[in-house]
Design a protein around this ligand. Structure first.
Ligand code: 9WO
Length: 264
């Protein structure tokens, strides 16, 4: 997969190109990353990429022209404008709090696309006419505001790249991720057997694989019911709950497991 990013802070993307699973997948040739700085597409002596908002008010707005020029250059490099066989236009995503909330299912769909172009904004906003004419999809990664679209873009890229075949090893299998089956993940334990007088749950030391699988499934149901009850209904609708799951749920009304502050 080819990923192009438009950002005035391209150096930030070293966080994903030089570290962890995303860096290893880059070395394996599973994806490529190219950054395009709108500042390199300005023509004035000050290399301005922002200006004051029409209608007044606080903050600055990113100019449409340098962004449009950077997007055009990225698109061309991705083969969009060349018209040669096989090149389909990159899907263009703008990361913003006004976007549609990102889901695991959308990550899987985006991971199947041949090329993506992500636009990371700064300041108070980018000119709406740039969004209207150059962007296919506006995505939000959570109901909060950060200082720019770069970190949200990197979170999106990370989520997508780890879905690419060969990106994660068997022992890191994405099929067992939280959300892959529509439920929150169960608790996990490793050495030592006793930490600050707290033992590892006995069932995990039993070697009884069927009982361990059932215990994990029930802890996942319990946690999901307590913190994200809407996911239980969604998993049920998607046919992801079996008879054992329904039996457990019928016997266990929702209760507060704590530490879920702010999730609902
Ligand atoms: C900045 C600002 C300054 C003064 C007054 C109001 C203001 N609002 C903003 C603002 O929301 N800036 C955004 C920064 C503009 C678009 C790029 N930025 C951004 C993207 N912040 N948070 C995101 C984001 C993207 C995806 N998912 C969650 C958050």
């Amino acid at each position: 997969m080819r990923i192009d990013v438009v950002s005035i802070f391209p150096a930030m993307f070293a966080a994903i190109s030089e570290h962890g699973i995303t860096a290893r997948a880059l070395e394996r040739g599973l994806w490529s990353l190219e950054c395009w700085n709108p500042r390199d597409f300005t023509h004035d002596a000050y290399r301005r990429v922002d200006d004051r908002p029409y209608g007044g008010g606080p903050g600055m707005v990113m100019l449409a022209e340098p962004l449009a020029a950077a997007i055009a250059a990225a698109s061309q490099a991705a083969g969009d404008a060349g018209g040669h066989a096989g090149a389909s236009p990159s899907h263009r995503i703008y990361l913003s709090p006004q976007g549609r909330p990102l889901t695991h299912d959308r990550v899987v769909e985006l991971a199947a696309m041949p090329s993506l172009l992500l636009v990371a904004g700064r300041y108070e906003a980018i000119d709406q006419r740039l969004i209207d004419t150059r962007i296919d999809e506006e995505i939000c990664i959570g109901d909060f505001v950060v200082s720019g679209g770069e970190l949200p873009a990197m979170m999106l890229i990370d989520a997508i790249v780890r879905m690419l075949p060969g990106a994660v090893n068997d022992d890191e299998s994405v099929l067992r991720d939280s959300f892959a089956d529509g439920l929150l993940d169960c608790p996990h334990y490793t050495r030592p057997e006793v930490f600050e007088s707290m033992p590892v749950p006995a069932v995990l030391m039993s070697g009884h694989h069927a009982r361990i699988a059932r215990w994990r499934r029930e802890r996942a149901l319990e946690l999901t019911l307590a913190r994200r009850p809407e996911l239980i209904e969604r998993a049920r609708t998607a046919g992801r709950l079996d008879r054992d799951d329904e039996r457990w749920l019928a016997a266990h009304p929702a209760r507060d497991l704590g530490k879920g502050e702010g999730t609902g």
